[in-house]
Design a protein around this ligand. Structure first.
Ligand code: DGJ
Length: 731
């Protein structure tokens, strides 16, 4: 059907005649980023924050700041170039065709295209007066969600090739009393550990140089609070992310006015990128939302945006599953798997997910030292192949999904024997392995075809495969491409072309298989960002499935990612209460990684109940709004809730996270959020363990006003370490 597109273009010509400043407000429902030209026709950021009621007043902002020295128009440049008179961290650094290293960008024109009622795209063209390089800044606004997606295109109009030394996506400028940066660090099974820093003079950098699995030590994701630390409900805070699945660099530089410059983009480390004449380079997107009402609203806005505009099938449905990784590791065969299918059915999940270890014949994948790259069923373990398993799973009443790690190769594999030239490695140095494996060179189109072919062959042979877990366990060591060498291209393109190659493969997969569910995994949460999530329905946030640790990891992930995308599995990492493990897994996309037949009779009933209860409210968790109520970093009880759009159904999750005697219970009510103050609600405890009764008065009713002003005590004690509450309106 023809879709009416509202199309509004404001084209403002080069500012040579009228010397009046050009003012470009980039507005969302509540916020504005204002760009304006200065007396030298440089494009500057003059405002970031609350949207003004009168648009005409944006023009007066720059006069309120004293910035008349040499650095005016440079510190607050909308895209800081390098060389000439610039002395601060640049967004752009070019070596021109004649070897000159200076660039000075001036405003040329801009246009605004309204794509629909909610989405607008503002583009601003900048040019150097001496060197014909064009830089176009793109700002895509999602008004209702207060989200801005920003990227840059650099076009070489010089006669010869130029070298991009630095090519950031976004360059923002903030004026506040103080700046509190929350960044994340971690490692395998310890992802998303938050750290809040008061930014001081100098540059604070968040970066990754790992190539693949780029988030292993730090994700390209952060919170920036202005004036003072933000809480869930108060404070000015920006949630930002560079949407790029490779090396990134985000700099926060305080200038001499105590203003903050932020520059986010691909990490320029070993990544000078040549641009032939007339070629252009599009940077990844920097995505942010800004809230003046704390982190809670910022998260809600980010989640709403991600579900509607970014995550594949973000407003759709998901499958509960049983995975065999922790249940069997590499030790399984056909019969064992078929037995597990029955367990999946008994449990009540939608799907069985076959993990690592099903492939390789000359070098069977019986542990993580061999077989990666040889994507043929292991004849000993699976004599009748994947097709047989799909049929058996269907007969057992569950769908079938499969694990792949298509970008990787073990040196002990037929693939390596046949194609050593496809592997990223320094030809003159010893090979160095990460989890006994090497990375395939995705800058090479032949390798892209091979990787695409793995999925295409699998789906062609087995059209009923319902799910893929796409893993990526190694970082890039010894970054060197034999393909780039052979084709006489610069080695410094490798890190960027690897990621571009990955996206090309994923584009092809999605063109042919637009809807098959895929989980993004990278030895846990080693790779997750909003560019990759265009292709994936969900992601594996960590291999750490200890429920207590999960409360914290899931809490932090919930700042940026909606529950529908966050895969949480019940495993045996912790042998304690199964109910607690299930309750923790429920605050996202629930799955299991256990041997069902080994459960005690009561644990089996409990797990079955967990799934049926989860099925009764999962739409609220997946499609509702999230409210974080009680922070596990500060309080003995972690508590959060999801509320549906109509505000007639909510689910509240409460978890004891302290072992200290004095904190072994919730001694005060927890204030709920997101309800309708005028509606009346009843509260019912869900997922009770067999033979236990609730300690709550389920007959009592409360107004939303009471629940949000006074709160509700879930009666957490040592005997009730986790409590799930369903809150529904009384008809
Ligand atoms: C790392 C993943 O995070 C695990 O869930 C599992 O799939 C293993 N890889 C398999 O090798």
């Amino acid at each position: 059907m023809f879709k009416k597109i509202l199309y509004l273009i404001i084209c403002i010509p080069y500012l040579s005649i009228a010397q009046k400043a050009v003012v470009i407000p980039i507005e969302t429902q509540n916020n504005a980023l204002v760009l304006a030209t200065d007396k030298d026709n440089r494009l500057c950021v003059t405002h970031f924050g609350k949207r003004l009621k009168q648009t005409s007043e944006y023009a007066q902002i720059s006069q309120q700041y004293w910035a008349k020295d040499d650095n005016a128009g440079i510190y607050n440049a909308a895209y800081t170039s390098s060389g000439s008179t610039n002395l601060v961290e640049p967004a752009l650094n070019i070596t021109h065709a004649d070897g000159n290293t200076s660039t000075e960008l001036k405003y040329v024109s801009h246009e605004v295209k309204k794509q629909d009622e909610n989405v607008s795209l503002t583009t601003v063209l900048l040019k150097d007066e001496l060197y014909p390089v064009e830089v176009t800044l793109f700002f895509k606004t999602y008004s209702q969600e207060d989200v801005v997606e920003q990227w840059t295109v650099i076009k070489n109009k010089e006669k010869g090739s130029i070298e991009l030394e630095k090519y950031a996506s976004a360059n923002l400028y903030f004026a506040a009393d103080n700046y509190y940066l929350t960044s994340y660090h971690g490692s395998w099974a310890r992802e998303m550990k938050p750290e809040e820093t008061l930014l001081t003079n100098g540059i604070k950098t968040l970066d990754s140089k790992l190539g693949t699995r780029a988030n292993l030590f730090a994700p390209p994701t952060f919170q920036l609070a202005f004036d003072r630390s933000a809480t869930e409900d108060e404070g000015k805070v920006l949630l930002g992310q560079l949407a790029w699945s490779g090396n990134f660099k985000i700099d926060f530089e305080m200038d001499s006015y105590h203003h903050l410059r932020m520059i986010a983009g691909i990490n320029p480390h070993s990544s000078e990128y040549p641009l032939e004449a007339n070629q252009e380079f599009k940077t990844p997107s920097f995505i942010y939302t800004f809230s003046e009402k704390g982190k809670g609203l910022a998260s809600i806005n980010m989640h709403r945006w991600a579900k509607k505009y970014r995550i594949l099938d973000g407003n759709g449905s998901r499958m509960t599953l049983l995975n065999n990784w922790e249940a069997t590791y590499f030790d399984f065969d056909e019969n064992k798997l078929v037995g597990l299918f029955k367990g999946a059915k008994k449990l009540g999940v939608d799907m069985f997910l076959l993990d690592d270890g099903w492939f390789g014949n000359k070098h069977p994948r019986n542990d993580d030292h061999a077989g990666l790259g040889d994507w043929q069923e292991n004849k000993k373990k699976l004599p009748q192949g994947i097709g047989y398993l799909v049929k058996q799973a269907t007969a057992a009443g569950v769908k079938f999904g499969i694990w792949l790690e298509p970008e990787m190769v073990n040196p002990r594999s037929e693939l390596y024997e046949k194609h050593p030239e496809w592997v990223i490695k320094e030809p003159q140095r010893p090979e160095h392995y990460f989890r006994n494996q090497l990375v395939l060179d995705l800058s090479n189109p032949e390798v892209q075809n091979f990787v695409y072919g793995i999925l295409d062959t699998l789906f062609t042979k087995n059209p009923n495969i319902a799910f893929v877990k796409w893993d990526c366990n190694a970082v890039i060591y010894n970054a060197h491409s034999q393909y780039l060498e052979k084709t006489k291209q610069k080695q410094s393109k490798l890190y960027v072309d690897y990621v571009k190659g990955l996206y090309k493969v994923l584009d092809r997969v999605r063109t042919k298989y637009p809807s098959v569910a895929m989980m993004l995994c990278s030895g846990g949460g080693g790779r997750v960002d909003y560019e990759a999530l265009k292709y994936f329905t969900e992601f594996w946030i960590s291999d750490d499935t200890h429920p207590l640790e999960r409360v914290y990891i899931q809490w932090e992930n919930s700042m940026f990612y909606p529950a529908i995308a966050s895969c949480n599995h019940v495993t045996d990492w912790d042998k304690g209460s199964l109910k607690y493990r299930c309750d923790v897994a429920m605050m996202g996309k629930m799955g299991f990684d256990i041997v069902v037949d080994k459960l005690t009779p009561n644990d089996l009933i409990s797990a079955q109940k967990a799934i049926s209860d989860y099925n009764s409210f999962k739409d609220v968790v997946w499609q509702g709004d999230l409210f974080r109520l009680s922070n596990p970093w500060d309080k003995p009880v972690a508590s959060l809730m999801y509320v549906n759009e109509k505000q007639d159904k909510a689910v509240m999750f409460n978890y004891l996270v302290s072992n200290r005697f004095e904190f072994n219970f919730a001694f005060e009510p927890i204030k709920l959020k997101g309800l309708d103050p005028n509606k009346k609600y009843k509260i019912k405890e869900l997922n009770l363990y067999p033979e236990t009764k609730t300690s709550l008065d389920e007959v009592a009713t409360f107004t939303g006003d009471f629940l949000m002003s006074v709160g509700y005590n879930p009666d957490i004690t040592l005997n009730r370490k986790s409590v799930i509450l369903e809150i529904t309106t009384i008809k």
